[in-house]
Design a protein around this ligand. Structure first.
Ligand code: PMV
Length: 312
């Protein structure tokens, strides 16, 4: 077993396609330049940030240890550049960075596919129903395209019960996004269930989901061409469609409207109902100010960042 090992992993935002991805449509998720750092060193007992490691309060790290560690006790220290519960994927980042330090303590390097698979298992165990978007994005970095069938740039295929996902590399240029956290933590499960109920009984809702999937396909082309105007237009359209599906809320709408005059586009990101929105802009300071004025917490983030990494 090695001495101290440190790893970091990025947060993520979903650029296009949330909710529709649950119905097998395409979605694009990108890693952002806000990272969670995890340090591990041998100790006489398992701890996290000075507290005894507990399955109730430290579920993700506890599960990583349960599943992947057979050695002596470890003291973990974490430090995050972004808040948990904000829709930026902090549970995925804590999971992938912990798995990376455990690999490092075993004298191994990073195997991003292995970490993505292990992290998905950990998230599923802790959270119940989860999709591998967050964990795969945090592991691979840059951008991922998630689809119900394989295509160019396939990284890995993940299956659980009757559900399956094909995770592809999606090239992402360096973009500036402003994330606006509403301050409301909304659990994903009930929002996914709400969309399912709507889609089960309503053809119009199914058409909306279809259209969201098409926007994501167009988004891949915009990313390839670094067409920010085109991408922004798609994001704003996506927000309107997600609002029709009933997953926006007045706080998210307010932040989106505040950002739009200074942005190429803006939308909620993730499950909705609270959480965060994102704006694509080349005037990030003004957008951040507008978000703050409307009661949100802004974070200016960059894309095209590395996935989980062992640090020196
Ligand atoms: O809340 P987040 O960032 O984990 O995103 C959830 C994305 C959904 O499409 C709503 C659900 C899913 O599992 O894909």
């Amino acid at each position: 077993m090695k001495g101290a090992v440190t790893a970091s992993a990025p947060g993520k935002v979903i650029l296009l396609g949330e909710h529709a991805v649950v119905f097998g449509k395409t979605a694009i998720s990108v890693a952002v330049g806000l990272r969670l750092h995890c340090r591990a060193e041998p100790s006489s007992f398992f701890s996290l940030n000075g507290h005894l490691l507990s399955p109730q309060t430290h579920g993700y790290i506890y599960q990583c240890v349960q599943q992947e560690w057979r050695g002596d006790p470890i003291a973990f220290q974490t430090r995050s550049e972004f808040p948990s519960g904000s829709g930026l994927g902090s549970s995925a980042a804590v999971t992938t960075s912990t798995l990376a330090v455990l690999a490092g303590m075993n004298g191994k390097g990073i195997d991003e596919e292995r970490i993505a698979r292990q992290a998905f298992t950990v998230e599923s165990d802790v959270q119940g129903r989860a999709s591998p978007i967050d964990t795969s994005t945090s592991s691979h970095g840059h951008g991922i395209l998630i689809d119900s069938k394989p295509g160019p740039g396939l990284l890995w295929h993940i299956q659980k019960d009757t559900r399956e996902w094909y995770i592809h590399h999606c090239p992402v240029p360096q973009l500036t996004l402003v994330v606006g956290f509403t301050g409301i933590s909304a659990p994903t499960g009930p929002l996914v269930a709400k969309v399912k109920r709507y889609a089960d009984k309503n053809t119009f809702a199914r058409e909306v989901i279809e259209e969201i999937g098409m926007l994501s396909q167009e988004g891949v082309v915009c990313l390839r061409r670094n067409d920010q105007e085109g991408l922004g237009r798609l994001m704003t359209k996506d927000h309107r469609l997600l609002a029709i599906l009933g997953v926006s809320c007045k706080e998210l709408d307010k932040l989106v409207e505040a950002a739009l005059p200074y942005s190429y586009g803006a939308k909620l990101t993730g499950a909705g109902g609270g959480g965060s929105m994102i704006a694509l802009t080349d005037r990030p300071e003004i957008v951040a100010e507008e978000i703050r004025n409307k009661g949100g917490t802004p974070f200016i983030v960059r894309t095209d960042v590395a996935g989980v990494t062992l640090e020196k």
